[in-house]
Design a protein around this ligand. Structure first.
Ligand code: URA
Length: 263
């Protein structure tokens, strides 16, 4: 049986109660708490809800529908905790909005990547479903994100992410403190490239699997801030800004489409 909280019960991790949602059924989930306010304002009339641990929350509106914008912090565990509590407060659909490193030559800085599925190179998703279970997005959410990017003529790619629990070894980065990547990860970027995966990031697999287990619709859209075909570094601030402007526009338009369709 699914657990729904009482309207005024403050949830332990996110630090607010269902009454703050004012009926919102959709949530946008950036990783970075610093991106929440901007994203909320880019959508509509925004109001601050609260800030607790890595979870900064604002309420915004798209047309006459309320939408929650809540940061998840980095990595699968904090995404799953957030999703658990949002589900208990009645959230039915979520879109991850993040940054990513492209691993294919054709992917440029500032491009948008819409992930339809993810490689489960994380721990969290394995606490929800066995190894053989796929990490896939909701078809309707992915379709809306694709339609939005097409309409807005924003350069974008649709495909599979590699969701890693680590920024360095799991994403085969050697510019870490020790410079060591354990043998199991050496050569893995090449393999993901050959298999046609598009990008590295840290949250999508956990989100897709946990959302599926909870019966929540989920999608993921990321802006490219690293081109792993040329460097391990992340790009300077102007690229980050471009990526942010683009994924804000795509996610806003996608939610308009979804809400209009009554999804
Ligand atoms: N986020 C990641 O996890 N990896 C990158 O390369 C860039 C952003």
């Amino acid at each position: 049986m699914k657990k729904l909280t009482a309207p005024d019960e403050i949830l332990y991790h996110v630090g607010f109660s269902a009454s703050s949602l004012k009926g919102a059924k959709w949530a946008l989930l950036p990783g970075d708490p610093g991106r929440v306010e901007g994203l909320a304002n880019a959508c509509g009339q925004a109001e601050f809800i609260g800030c607790h641990r890595e979870y900064t929350s604002w309420l915004t509106s798209i047309g006459c529908e309320r939408v929650l914008v809540c940061s998840t912090g980095m990595g699968g565990p904090s995404v799953a905790i957030c999703l658990e509590e949002l589900a208990c407060m009645g959230i039915e659909g979520v879109i991850r909005v993040g940054t990513t490193g492209g691993i294919q030559e054709k992917i440029n800085f500032g491009d948008v990547i819409i992930n339809k599925a993810a490689v489960r190179l994380d721990g969290t998703s394995h606490h929800y479903a066995p190894e053989s279970f796929p990490a896939v997005a909701s078809f309707t959410v992915t379709e809306a994100l694709m339609q939005a990017a097409l309409e807005l003529q924003i350069p974008h790619h649709v495909g599979i992410s590699v969701s890693s629990d680590t920024f360095w070894p799991g994403q085969e980065r050697y510019d870490s403190f020790t410079g060591y990547v354990r043998k199991a990860f050496q050569g893995t970027m090449k393999e993901w490239q050959v298999l046609g995966a598009l990008n590295y990031e840290m949250e999508t697999a956990a989100l897709f699997v946990a959302a599926q287990c909870m019966g929540i619709k989920a999608g993921s859209v990321c802006g490219v801030i690293a081109r792993r075909t040329e460097s391990e570094q992340v790009a300077p601030a102007d690229i980050y800004k471009l990526a942010e402007e683009r994924f804000q526009k795509v996610v806003y338009r996608a939610l308009q489409i979804l809400l209009k369709a009554g999804v």
